[in-house]
Each structure stands twice: as C-alpha cells, then as structure tokens.
Ligand binder design. Structure first.
Ligand code: SF4
Length: 330
C-alpha cells in the first residue's frame, strides 16, 4: 500500500501507545501523538468538570443547610422566649451535629443543660430585710387583737408575770397607719393596765397631737407587757418570751410606719447591736414597713435637749405620711 506524501491515513494506522519513531515515516508521528493527547486532555477535562460539579453540589448543599439551620435557630429563639420546648432545642443540636459530621451522642446536650439553657432569666431583686419580730410561728398564728390582749393578761411566761399588777397589752386603732413601740410599762401603766399613761405618756400624747393625730388613730405598745421591777431595763429572756405578742400585733395591724421609741425596742425589733443615738432619725424598712427610730419620751424628760431631735424625726414621719396620702389620692 502506498502511504502517499503524508504517510498513511489515520484510520489505517496501528494503535500507538507511546510516541516513538514511527516505523512508517517521520510525518506519521503527528498521526500517532495527536489522538493520544486529545484523549488525555478530554479525560482530564471530564475529571475536572466532575470535580467542579461535585464541589458545587456540596457547596450548595452546605449553604442550604446553613440557611436552614439559621432560620430554624431564629425561629427557635423567637419562640424560645415564649413557648419553645426542650425537644425543639434537642433537634437543633442534632441538626448542627449532623452538618458538622459529629456523632449525635457527642453533640446532644444533657437534659439538665437544656433546662439551664431555658432557665427563666428573672431580674435579681433586692432582698428586703425582715424585722426581728417576723417569724413563721407568728404568721401562722394570728388571732385578733383582743385575743392577743386576753393571752397577755393571762401570761406567766417570764418572771415579770410574777411581779406585775396588770399586764399592759397595748391599745389603739386595729388598722392604725402609725404604730409606736416603747420598752415596757412603768408604775402608772402597771397600775392602770394601759400603755404610756404616766409622765412619759403625756409627753407622747403631745408628740402625737403635734402630728395632727390622737391616740385613737394610732396604736401604742411595748416590747414587754409587764413592768420590770424598779423600771429596770427588761432582760433578754424576758424580751424573748414577750416579743412574739408584739410581733403578732404588728403583723395584724400592718402599719405603714413603725415608730421605735428608745434603745430597748430598737434592739428587740431591728438589731441587738443597734445604737439609738446613731440610728435615730434614719429611715429603715423591715418586712415592708417603714421604720423610724427616735428617743423614748422618758429620755426627753431626763434630757429636754433631745426634744428638738424627736421633733425633727416626727416631722419626717408626718412628711412621709403626707406624701403617701397625696399619692393615694392621685
Ligand atoms: S412580760 Fe410578757 S412574757 Fe412575761 S409574763 Fe408578761 S406578758 Fe408574759
């Protein structure tokens, strides 16, 4: 067969695996190499296109997964504040775990963790201090004021019960907005069975009148209900035995303001280490009640210079009451 000037036709060539000097003619090398190179390039292109297509699909899949996860998360947070549920939180975690090719068990939070995630976020509230008078026992047992008075008159819980003439439960309005609390009965009170009826009591009447009030509008009581012999300061066991009566009176009346008269009442109701000289005239709050400590009227009889201080303290009480009255009328 004559191959012609350019060698044989490509279809007539044997399959050449590698370029080599052609046994036919040098021009035939062109026909040997060209199909092999073009085949190789086509194969490479096909592989590249496959790789690009696979990458594109994976990329699109991940993108779509991310968008879905974001949308789901947004929905969950929106609902989570109102009515989201723990199982929904779990499914989100599982979805995230799958997209990151982690095991479900490794990614799934414990139920306690989910509970913590969903724990209500309440603002922290300041803890309101309680008065020393406030106990569960007192709150569980709240008969009316007359019942307390009867109990006091029959009481022999401490040694003061053996030396008294009359117990002095206290008196006044059952829903008084201001309550005065002193130390204990003196000789006149012991004789009559009524609080603040001696010289100190008459001074207290003047203080109350200066506040545009009278005794029937307030409640007047003492820390101990029986007179300590010789008007001594009540002892701690006597205060401990008797103060639950006062506590129940405070809980029943729930006054707006508790005016504490003197050191003994301040220590019994607020803080055993409190100083009346330092704390008088300073507003306190205990168990939701405004508390104003001031000097006992008996102290004013001994030292009239303190009257101006008590006057200032009671002006604060009056001003506060006017403020509250104004707010309630609005
Ligand atoms: S002081 Fe109080 S506790 Fe003591 S006997 Fe009198 S009422 Fe009872």
């Amino acid at each position: 067969m004559n191959p012609g000037p350019l060698g044989p036709e490509p279809s007539a060539l044997p399959n050449c695996a590698t370029p080599r000097p052609c046994a036919l003619k040098s021009t035939s090398i062109v026909y040997c190499i060209t199909p092999m190179v073009s085949n190789t390039i086509r194969t490479l292109c096909q592989q590249a296109w496959k790789a690009i297509a696979i990458c594109g699909i994976i990329s699109l899949g991940q993108k779509e997964g991310d968008v879905m996860a974001e949308e789901k998360q947004l929905t969950l947070f929106e609902r989570g504040d109102v009515e989201g549920s723990a199982p929904e939180q779990m499914s989100l975690w599982q979805a995230e775990a799958g997209s990151k090719k982690r095991s479900t068990e490794a990614a799934m939070p414990s139920w306690s963790a989910v509970a913590q995630m969903r724990a209500p976020r309440e603002p922290t509230r300041p803890v309101e201090p309680k008065g020393l008078w406030e106990t569960d026992i007192v709150r569980d047992y709240l008969p009316d004021l007359d019942a307390i008075a009867r109990e006091v008159r029959d009481c022999r819980l401490c040694k003061l019960g053996r030396t008294r003439t009359n117990a002095v439960p206290g008196e006044g309005h059952p829903h008084a907005r201001i309550m005065f609390v002193g130390e204990g009965p003196g000789a006149d009170e012991d004789a009559q069975g009524r609080p603040f009826v001696g010289a100190a009591g008459r001074l207290l009447d003047k203080i109350i009148a200066a506040m545009d009030l009278n005794r029937k509008e307030v409640f007047i009581g003492n820390v101990v209900k029986c007179r300590p012999p010789g008007n001594r300061v009540p002892e701690s066991d006597e205060v401990s035995a008797c103060v639950p009566y006062l506590a129940r009176q405070i809980e029943l009346i729930r006054p707006d303001i508790l005016v504490i008269l003197g050191a003994t009442a301040l220590k019994a109701l607020i803080d055993p280490k409190a100083s009346i000289t330092r704390m008088r005239g300073t507003w306190l709050t205990r168990s939701g009640i405004m508390v104003m400590p001031t000097f006992h009227p008996a102290a004013l009889l001994r030292d009239p210079g303190k009257k101006v201080l008590v006057w200032e303290d009671m002006n604060k009480v009056t001003a506060w009451m006017k403020d509250i009255n104004g707010q309630r009328e609005e």
